[in-house]
Design a protein around this ligand. Structure first.
Ligand SMILES: N=CN[C@@H](CCC(=O)O)C(=O)O
Ligand SMILES: [Zn+2]
Length: 412
């Protein structure tokens, strides 16, 4: 089945060969104006300028005129917790009344609140709720996603979450990557026995996760009041023994050494980065580890935004992700992530698009499948409504500017 899309106003992020984009290269966004795109059996097979399209449009099984609209690769959302049970709007109201994220966590809210809800929820119901969220983010333009466990916090409940992620992988039309986050918080039962819970993760959870092939990555919430850099390294090294590469939560609330721990572990990514000191920036800049910024978490928690400009100007490799979760970012809408990155973190629109597509794909090791308009990659694309320019997308935040979404070569 061959599909031609012609009269594309701007075909965005077109690259045959590519590498992870560091520093100033993040601003280089290759585009073709007045373009065509050919898709065969779900994959991109050709593209170019309209004047170089030598076949009549009627030669193609399906042919659509984009009538000047833009086409971009779908978003690659490399950090979510979209498998969760219920919502936490009561905490949202507590935050409005002035309680901090740490204060809410200390009074049994936060991650432990979601863990209690999840433990009481059946695998089937958890799957149904999560499947709806997955469908919703696909409709808003996400074409590949990473999903974490971490609201189970017991052997059986962590496995339950990971099995739900596996079912999503099987039923999802877009690629899904799975991350084991047993070390997301310290369960109540272990509050005086940290060592005991870490032992449970390493000796009981990890072997089962590995035996059942349930995860691609290992994550730890490396933060004051959660897990120390030393504990993070211990857990991630154990994960590596089982073939799981680290992608960790670092420097969200404090500059607590998480970035340096991630770099030392050769993590695929260190994520959050609201609280960066010079040491952490230098460490990240001299590494192959991607810094994944989650600006909607900073927005929702009213925290300082990630120092995106400083990170890019220091030559770090930056990705953007939604952090979709019930506590600190109850939205998986990557259009808003891109807009807020430009508005509040002073990223250029070109940088934000690259960081949420190609670099996001690298942050899930899916760069050969998705993240750019390249021959051989999946045709996971978004078509905008008529817009005057690419810069208009983050500028006109809040409007739905996506007219159509293509997944595996089909408009959904
Ligand atoms: N920071 C740690 N984990 C999530 C928040 C989880 C929650 O509050 O439920 C995050 O990435 O923001
Ligand atoms: Zn997170």
């Amino acid at each position: 089945m061959t599909t031609l899309i012609y009269d594309i106003g701007t075909l965005v992020n077109v690259r045959q060969a590519h590498t992870l984009l560091y520093g100033k290269n993040l601003a280089l966004l290759p585009c073709i104006h007045n373009a065509f795109l050919i898709v065969e059996d779900g994959r991109i097979t050709d593209y170019g300028r309209m004047e170089d399209l030598f076949f009549p449009v009627t030669d193609f099984t399906f042919h659509y005129s984009a009538e000047g609209r833009c086409i971009l690769p779908s978003y690659c959302d490399s950090h979510t917790h979209l498998v969760f049970a219920g919502s936490r709007e009561d905490e949202f109201v507590d935050k409005i009344k002035g309680l901090s994220y740490s204060e809410i966590a200390a009074k049994g809210g936060g991650i432990l609140n979601s863990a209690r809800k999840l433990q009481e929820t059946s695998e089937e119901f958890l799957y149904q709720q999560s499947y709806k969220r997955l469908q919703e983010i696909i409709r808003t333009g996400t074409g590949a996603v990473e999903i974490k466990s971490g609201y189970g916090l017991t052997v059986e409940d962590e496995l339950k979450m990971l099995k739900v992620i596996r079912r999503l992988k099987e039923s999802s039309p877009i690629p899904v990557r799975s991350t084991f986050l047993g070390a997301h918080a310290l369960p109540e039962k272990y509050k005086d026995n940290r060592e005991g819970y870490i032992q449970l993760i390493i000796e009981e959870m990890l072997p089962r996760v590995s035996k059942e092939g349930l995860a691609d990555y290992i994550d730890v919430f490396c933060e004051k009041g959660f897990y120390t850099p030393e504990e993070t390294k211990k857990i991630c090294r154990a994960g590596k023994e089982f073939g799981l590469k680290p992608k960790i939560h670092a420097n969200q609330l404090y500059a607590s050494g998480g970035v340096q721990a991630g770099v030392e572990l050769n993590a695929v990514s260190v994520d959050h980065l609201e609280s960066m000191d010079d040491d952490a920036i230098v460490s990240l800049a001299h590494s192959n580890t991607i810094g994944t910024l989650l600006p909607t978490a900073a927005f929702f928690l009213r925290m300082p935004y990630q120092p995106a400009r400083k990170l890019i100007d220091s030559n770090c490799a930056i990705a953007l992700a939604s952090d979709f979760n019930p506590g600190s970012s109850p939205s998986g809408n990557m259009n808003f992530v891109v807009a807020i990155s430009c508005i509040q973190m002073r990223m250029l629109p070109e940088e934000a698009i690259n960081a949420s597509t190609l670099n996001g794909a690298y942050a899930m090791e899916l760069q050969d499948e998705v993240g750019s308009i390249s021959k051989g990659k999946r045709a996971n694309l978004v078509m905008t409504v008529p817009v005057p320019s690419i810069q208009y997308l983050p500028y006109s935040f809040g409007s739905n500017l996506i007219e159509k979404v293509m997944v595996n070569g089909e408009f959904i």
